[in-house]
Write a protein that binds this ligand. Structure first.
Ligand code: PHE
Length: 403
């Protein structure tokens, strides 16, 4: 297995520093062009700061990993275009190495080990899905390499240890926000739950939603479970329908949600459907089509809710990626990378323990997805937005502030 701690001799550091100065003085390389789902093209040279990303670049959650990778790469290219990241007075280029988890939790440990022991990354960004991060983060923790998940919202993720951070909100708040929206804005009282039992995220979010919804006077009239990869939801939807819900809460990922929506509509269930951030994929509308009209989900950001940070990001991202509109994952990947870069600057070193301390001190960082302050539990406390599918488009519907 990979070594738990990577030796970094003072000698190597001196060499790296000299090389960095030489690289910076000697050659003006053009910033690498964005390569979606890929790595910074240039090979690592001494003096470069190597960071890792592990994400679902293929499989049932492929848009999660690809969008995140694009957001991170945009941040990396911006830093490199400015000459690099200034660390203790020396500008150093940043190199991104990305690894594919194939949307499988069992891949995460190996790819994080590879990033740390083979690529010598100074920090690891990822994963998106909480169940996958829960397998990758312990490897980084044991190696004392800081890791920031842009988007895993399950509470237990940052409980893995003191090297594990996130720049997003957590699911007790997401469940509460969903319930509050259903009760106060949609004014509905009877909800059914359809839960992905193979996902730590879905499991916790369904419980948090149910608890909050009941405390606000709502009733959960029925519950059914499924497992990722399933395609036929007819029996479960029929059993939910018998209990007369006014809304179905489906805290799953977009691949299954598209099929659920199509089958629910085919069964004549034209009630609102609602989910969480796991719905955030262009493939939901692509695959779900008209069936997702009249649905809602809670998310980290809405591209059409123009704050200066969002507008600037949407423009830059579109220019880099063929006019594509960035989803929440792209925005969170970009924010996570920039929080890491700011922390490397503050620390004045890429050494794990000092970099860890600098990330922990993050306060009032103005990101695309809101202002990021890392709390004592290494989580970010941020508002949530609710999006609605209306006339074939996702539109910003509400903001819910932290409790
Ligand atoms: N919050 C989800 C999880 O923890 C992942 C996710 C975040 C998916 C943002 C889409 C958008 O599993």
């Amino acid at each position: 297995m990979a070594s738990a701690s990577i030796a970094r001799s003072p000698w190597l550091k001196t060499l790296a520093l000299l090389a960095a100065v030489a690289t910076f003085a000697g050659c003006k390389k053009e910033p690498a062009a964005p390569t979606a789902g890929g790595n910074t093209p240039a090979a690592a040279t001494a003096g470069e700061i190597v960071i890792g990303h592990y994400g679902s670049l293929t499989g049932g959650q492929a848009t999660f990993g690809r969008s995140t990778d694009e957001g991170i790469l945009l941040a990396v290219n911006e830093v490199n275009a400015a000459g690099g990241l200034e660390v203790a007075g020396v500008k150093r280029k940043v190199k991104l190495v990305s690894e594919d988890t194939e949307s499988k939790a069992e891949k995460a440990g190996d790819v994080v080990r590879k990033l740390i022991s083979k690529d010598n990354v100074v920090a690891v960004l990822g994963e998106v899905a909480s169940s996958i991060t829960l397998e990758g983060a312990p490897v980084a923790q044991r190696a004392k390499i800081p890791t920031i998940t842009p988007s895993s919202t399950n509470t237990t993720v940052t409980e893995v240890g003191d090297y594990v951070f996130r720049v997003c909100f957590i699911d007790p708040f997401q469940g509460y926000a969903g319930a509050k929206f259903v009760r106060e804005q949609l004014k509905l009282t009877k909800a059914a739950l359809l839960v992905d039992k193979s996902s730590a995220y879905s499991d916790q979010l369904s419980k948090e939603f149910a608890q909050a919804f009941q405390s606000m006077g709502g009733t959960i009239v029925a519950t059914a479970d499924y497992t990722q990869g399933e395609k036929d939801f007819n029996t479960r939807l029929t059993s939910l329908r018998e209990k007369g819900p006014e809304l179905i809460y489906i805290p799953g990922y977009y691949t299954e949600v598209a099929n659920i929506a199509i089958q629910a509509r085919a069964l004549g269930m034209n009630i609102p459907l609602m989910g969480g951030d796991g719905w955030d994929s262009e493939d939901l509308a692509k695959n779900g089509g008209a069936a997702i009209e009249g649905t809602f989900y809670t998310n980290h950001y809405a591209p059409d809710n123009p704050t200066p940070a969002i507008t600037a990001f949407v423009t830059k991202y579109g220019a880099a990626y063929n006019g594509k509109v960035p989803d929440g994952l792209a925005a969170l990947g970009y924010d996570a990378a920039n929080v890491l870069f700011a922390s490397i600057k503050t620390a004045g070193t890429t050494e794990g323990p000092k970099l860890r301390d600098a990330i922990a001190q993050t306060k009032g960082f103005v990101g695309v997805t809101g202002t990021i302050t890392i709390d004592a539990n290494r989580n970010a406390v941020k508002p949530i937005v609710v999006l609605e599918r209306k006339n074939n488009a996702w539109v910003y519907r509400a903001t819910i502030e932290p409790k």
